[in-house]
Design a protein. Structure first.
Length: 126
């Protein structure tokens, strides 16, 4: 994904366009592509805002989100389950292949943490 332009640059480009200059002239003046200036002008006209849109996948809509309740119930039932064990169980019971790191991110997003008790053993809690 590309990096969005800074907000002060966006304000200056749109200000230049609104003062009567063309999008291409504004782009030349500020050293951006003509397409960037056109997109900014279109966004300003469409939404009234020049802030960049959020990039990436919308939160909570990944391939594991449909199985979040099942995964959470498994972790609640057996708090010291490892991520590879969860991945294997998910694959065997639901046919969904998931990387252990993806499962960990899902559980962290649902408020789980990993704590070690005094014996040095891990336990998951919310």
């Amino acid at each position: 994904m590309g990096k969005s332009s800074s907000s002060d640059l966006r304000v200056r480009i749109v200000g230049e366009i609104e003062s009567g200059h063309s999008c291409r002239a504004a782009a030349r003046r500020f050293g951006v592509s003509a397409a960037t200036a056109v997109r900014l002008a279109q966004r300003k006209a469409r939404t009234g805002s020049i802030t960049p849109e959020r990039q990436g996948r919308p939160p909570g809509r990944g391939p594991l989100s449909a199985h979040a309740d099942v995964l959470i119930s498994w972790v609640d039932a057996e708090g010291d389950v490892t991520m590879p064990e969860l991945a294997d169980r998910l694959f065997k019971e639901h046919g969904v292949k998931a990387h252990p790191a993806s499962l960990s991110r899902l559980l962290l997003a649902h408020g789980f943490t990993v704590k070690k008790n005094s014996a040095g053993e891990r336990n998951r809690s919310r």
